[in-house]
Design a protein around this ligand. Sequence first.
Ligand SMILES: Cc1cc2nc3c(=O)[nH]c(=O)nc-3n(C[C@H](O)[C@H](O)[C@H](O)COP(=O)(O)OP(=O)(O)OC[C@H]3O[C@@H](n4cnc5c(N)ncnc54)[C@H](O)[C@@H]3O)c2cc1C
Length: 471
Amino acid sequence: MTIPIAIEPVSRNDAGIAAALPLLARRFGERFAQSEAVRQQHGHTLTWLTNQPPDGVVFVESTEEVVDIVRICGEHRVPIIPFGAGSSLEGHLNAPGGGISIDFTHMKRVIAVHGEDLDCVIEPGITHYELNEYLRDTGLFFPIDPGAEASLGGMAATRASGTNAVRYGTMRDNVINLTAVMPDGSVVKTGNRAKKSSAGYDLARLLIGSEGTLGVITELTLKLHGIPEAISGGVCPFPTVEDACNAVIMTIQSGIPVARIELLDALQVKACNAYSKLDLEEVPTLFVEFHGSPASVAEQSEGFGHIAAEFGAGTFIWETSAEARNKLWKARHDVYWACVGLRPGAKAIATDACVPISRLAECVGETVADIEKTGLVAPIVGHVGDGNFHVTMLLDIGDADEVERAAGFVGRLNMRAIAMDGTCTGEHGVGQGKMKYLAAEHGAGVAVMRTIKRAIDPDNIMNPGKIIAAN
Ligand SMILES: Cc1cc2nc3c(=O)[nH]c(=O)nc-3n(C[C@H](O)[C@H](O)[C@H](O)COP(=O)(O)OP(=O)(O)OC[C@H]3O[C@@H](n4cnc5c(N)ncnc54)[C@H](O)[C@@H]3O)c2cc1C
């Protein structure tokens, strides 16, 4: 069936692609794949957007190899689509005009850890789980933790965040510098390891969130953080999602430096109970965690307890052991799979929006009412300390009416968030799926973005058909 989402068309340069393919095959041998299965796997495979595979995939091993690909593709005006772990949700990896996917799964090296400066230098293919595994014995960690096993390159390119962002920031805040291959084949390093700099335009911040449309990231210097001396947390049930959201709003407004504060609505709790073998009361619930010294953690927990009680919270269940806490957060990270289990055979379509914290309860409340009115099976979960929440719709993709209703719901959700001075995506990014909301969110800013794109990538070879239309 046709999904009611308009995809930006990109014209296909058949002659250029035909010329580039044998050059890439000669240069990369077995590391250049053209089989249908590999190509399809490198197009968009999640959600409801159509799979648009590239013409070939190169498994790269160095910046120099990326330069060679960019030069070959640039000369023949062939699109280039960088590929990290393939977990993006808005059609970011599709190749609407064909082209070459650059796969970074062989570039996973940790080049340096500078413990004394709290930073590390890495290749973009390493995932956040793998990096933290590598850092395990250093007393340091990297906090950004999207719910999928995403690569750091893909996370930088989508300006990703996760459960810890309320305390530690997003990828925007945790990249010190990066190296990128630009569309003309030049290699640009955006800065040194100083924690701050006033020296010129901030090219790192321009590339972070650019989704492969301006350049290909081949190295990143990231901020690291000390593993906190004390961690405490648990789960707190509430009568309604509005009560839970109001408790979050007051917690943030009171300046309690909560490390994680995640909302699960009653349906999401039910899904997690079944999938992750929890036995939580199936009502709106906050998962919370505090980091710091033992004294500060105790103080933060007490402060949160008072606020939660004001909004009718039930009994707070403290998880004192690391094992029990890890089980909870593992369940939080597995919500996507828990959702899939709610309606076997259904397709899970996750969408996200984000509003200023003061509008959170209102936005989530209106969204809950909309879900009920639209008749969708769609649990809500979210990094609510940032005003960010996700709706995972479980759809019978063969039911045209249901799909139409879901598309209408997503449109209203995005416009609701924008109308509340928020954004159509707090962390998943634009890709193909959210392009149509950018004008409403950025107005004349979209034309400035297009000017930047044209100046840096005049032949539109870097991930065309994403974020903004070329014309
Ligand atoms: C179950 C699930 C849970 C999720 N939870 C979260 C969440 O909590 N927070 C969140 O932010 N996101 C979340 N996501 C979305 C996704 O994980 C993020 O967008 C993530 O940052 C994508 O990383 P990736 O390595 O998979 O990138 P990919 O999907 O491979 O690529 C994403 C985009 O980045 C570009 N790109 C990749 N590598 C590079 C590079 N080296 N240079 C330039 N461009 C590059 C690609 O071209 C593409 O446009 C979730 C997804 C799933 C499936």
